[in-house]
Structures are given as structure tokens and as C-alpha cells.
Design a protein around this ligand. Structure first.
Ligand SMILES: N[C@@H](CCC(=O)N[C@@H](CS)C(=O)NCC(=O)O)C(=O)O
Length: 210
């Protein structure tokens, strides 16, 4: 059995996108199972895949792995030759720190600028707490790039789990037309040029067009 990834709507499910990008980094073939969210039977369908009733869920030979961060760690461990985390010990620790910060934080950014890949419109007013989150994201991106970004355009040079985790943030910043410092804008463009992200993005647009 190959791996199967259960995801939600590509236009809206930012946690699914993170897991899909991490899985793409492994280069391994996998089957995608898309379950539409926000429908009367969504919860029952999600519960048939995972005890949490949430996506993403990775279905392995031994059982389900749920939650984007656990999926990313599982993939990094199962496919060590793909180097899903950066190679240096401290670079890896920093990458894990920023992923954990993303996973447990940025509540204002996530609630006021929820992922909607097809959107291309600014908010009439950006709440101060969302702007504070955005400022922190820009600082964090700049720190990673300055310390470890020399070998490429991603946060740690080559694409890693850290980029998988921040790709939906980059997408929000573009969808909501947020004004950004030049280096953050360049990183957003890097995400939009990432082939795995582009495939997901195109599929999201088609999904919304029906
Ligand atoms: N902490 C989880 C969050 C998963 C999550 O909230 N997924 C949303 C979609 S992006 C979901 O399944 N929502 C359906 C529901 O809550 O019923 C992760 O990192 O995977």
C-alpha cells in the first residue's frame, strides 16, 4: 500500500496544504483523498479516517498519523534521504522552532486572514493584532533567510518543512494584498513559484470555479 493523504478543500484547508507540501518534498508517490469540508456529512466522513475528525491525516500501512506537525515529523523520519529538515543541527532546531510557533500561534493572522487561495482583495481594515502577527512573520522569515538561506530562495536555502508550514501564510499575505518589506515579498514570490505549491494553487482555483 502506498501512503494516502486525506485533505480538505484545497482553497481553504491550510493545514492540509502544509502536509501535502511536506509529502511532496519526499518525492514518494501517494494517493490523495479529498474530503469536502463545511458540508452536512463532512464530520462523519472525516471521522471515518481519523479519530480527530480533522484533516490532514496520513494513512500509513500501520495506521493513521494525524496533525500536520506529526505528519511532517513522520515523513522526515521515514524518508531521511529527502532531508525534509535542514541539515545543520541548529538550523534544524530553528526550523522546528518556527514551525512550532506557526502551529501553536499567529491566532489573529489565522482568524482575520483565513486561507482563501482564490481571493485577491485587501481587508477594509487590517486589525492591529493581525498586523503584529504579520510583523513577527516577516522578522522570522528574515532571520531564517539571513542565517541559513544562502543556498537558495527558501527559508533555509532548499525547500524544507519550514516552507511547507509558512506557504499558507505567504498565500494569505498575497490574497489579502498585505504590504510587505521587499525581502518578505520576495519570499512570497518564491512560494508562488514552488512547483508543488503551484499545482495545489491551480487545483484550488478550479475547485472554487466548480
Ligand atoms: N492542528 C491540526 C489542525 C487541523 C485542522 O484544524 N484542520 C481543519 C481544516 S484546515 C479541519 O479539519 N476542520 C474540520 C473540522 O474541524 O470539522 C493540524 O495541524 O493538522
Amino acid at each position: 500500500m502506498s501512503l494516502k493523504l486525506v485533505i480538505g478543500d484545497k482553497n481553504y484547508s491550510s493545514w492540509s496544504l502544509r502536509a501535502a507540501l511536506a509529502l511532496d518534498l519526499t518525492g514518494e508517490p501517494y494517493e490523495e483523498i479529498l474530503e469536502r469540508l463545511y458540508r452536512p456529512d463532512s464530520r462523519a466522513r472525516l471521522l471515518s479516517h481519523s479519530p480527530t475528525g480533522k484533516v490532514p491525516v496520513l494513512l500509513t500501512e500501520e495506521g493513521p498519523v494525524w496533525d500536520s506537525l506529526a505528519i511532517a515529523e513522520y515523513l522526515a523520519e521515514r524518508f531521511p534521504e529527502a532531508h525534509l529538515w535542514p541539515r545543520g543541527q541548529y538550523a534544524r532546531a530553528l526550523a522546528r522552532s518556527v514551525c512550532a510557533e506557526m502551529h501553536s500561534g499567529f491566532v489573529a493572522l489565522r482568524s482575520h486572514l483565513s486561507m482563501d487561495l482564490a481571493r485577491d482583495q485587501a481587508l477594509t481594515e487590517l486589525p492591529a493584532e493581525a498586523q503584529a502577527d504579520i510583523d513577527r512573520v516577516c522578522r522570522l522569515w528574515a532571520d531564517c533567510r539571513q542565517r541559513f538561506g544562502q543556498d537558495g530562495a527558501f527559508l533555509f536555502g532548499h525547500a524544507s518543512i519550514a516552507d511547507a508550514f509558512f506557504a499558507p501564510v505567504a498565500a494569505r499575505l498575497r490574497s489579502y494584498r498585505v504590504a510587505l518589506p521587499a525581502e518578505a515579498a520576495a519570499y512570497v514570490e518564491t512560494i508562488y513559484q514552488w512547483p508543488a505549491f503551484r499545482r495545489w494553487y491551480q487545483a484550488a482555483l478550479q475547485e472554487v470555479q466548480g
